[in-house]
Ligand binder design. Structure first.
Ligand code: SF4
Length: 237
């Protein structure tokens, strides 16, 4: 198995009109506890049922490589989710596979990133932080705002030595990585970060609906396919 896209929780701090599922939204008080509790029960069950060997055979070289787990919400870094569900799930992944753990990538909208949270993720084995909101559909990031937002995140990543991966589809210079990776294999073990979104110039899609239409019929361009169903839900985005 090469990769799993794993939605840990429905809880999100946003309620985007283009989101592919109405369950991704803000929850408060008991409702938040309920939805986080659902995620807590699910991640333990999912981990128990994943294989002991989380590697796959590279069809090009025949070599065994570590699989990838992409963790996403909703938003995993918000209060009520971060300490209660997300960090314990990261720790449980390391406990389950130790030195043979799959690579872990985390998808976030990025507006709730802080240096402490970045440190908390990298120190718990996260290899890549993927900021998935670089488009005009996420309120507050429309137009030029997204470019300033990207530079703020680049500055936040710098003290951690995190390298920016360029997905290669950007047609606007401001969306391209400043020092883009050409081949991830040649970049070492990380940590890494990257940007994507449902921006036509990026040639990719964000955490919006997978079939290319949002809740209200916004056209979206799907970027990534679901590899396996796991946890509360699995999605393409
Ligand atoms: S599109 Fe992403 S940020 Fe917006 S509500 Fe859905 S999961 Fe949350």
């Amino acid at each position: 198995m090469e990769a799993i896209y794993w939605v840990l929780t429905w809880a999100c701090h946003r309620k985007c009109r283009h989101c592919y599922d109405d369950r991704f939204r803000p929850y408060v008080r008991d409702e938040l506890k309920r939805v986080v509790g659902e995620g807590q029960r699910a991640y333990r069950a999912v981990l128990r049922n994943l294989p002991d060997d989380m590697t796959f055979r590279d069809p090009k070289t025949g070599a065994r490589k570590r699989s990838l787990i992409v963790l996403a919400g909703g938003e995993l870094l918000i209060d009520g989710v971060r300490e209660e569900l997300f960090y314990p799930a990261l720790e449980a992944i390391r406990e389950r596979w130790g030195d043979r753990a799959p690579h872990v990538s985390v998808q976030t909208t990025g507006d709730v990133l802080t240096p402490n949270r970045i440190e908390a993720m990298f120190s718990r084995g996260v290899r890549t932080i993927a900021v998935a909101s670089i488009d005009d559909y996420h309120v507050g990031l429309e137009g030029e705002k997204k470019f300033a937002f990207m530079d703020d995140i680049r500055a936040m990543m710098a003290p951690f030595g995190a390298k920016e991966i360029d997905l290669g589809g950007a047609r606007d210079e401001r969306l391209k990585a400043k020092s883009p990776a050409t081949r991830r294999d040649a970049m070492g073990e990380g940590p890494f970060f990257l940007f994507f979104g449902a921006q036509p110039e990026l040639g990719s899609a964000s955490c919006g609906r997978a079939d290319g239409r949002g809740r209200t019929g916004f056209p979206m361009r799907p970027m990534r396919r679901t590899f396996a169903r796991a946890g509360v839900a699995a999605r393409t985005s």
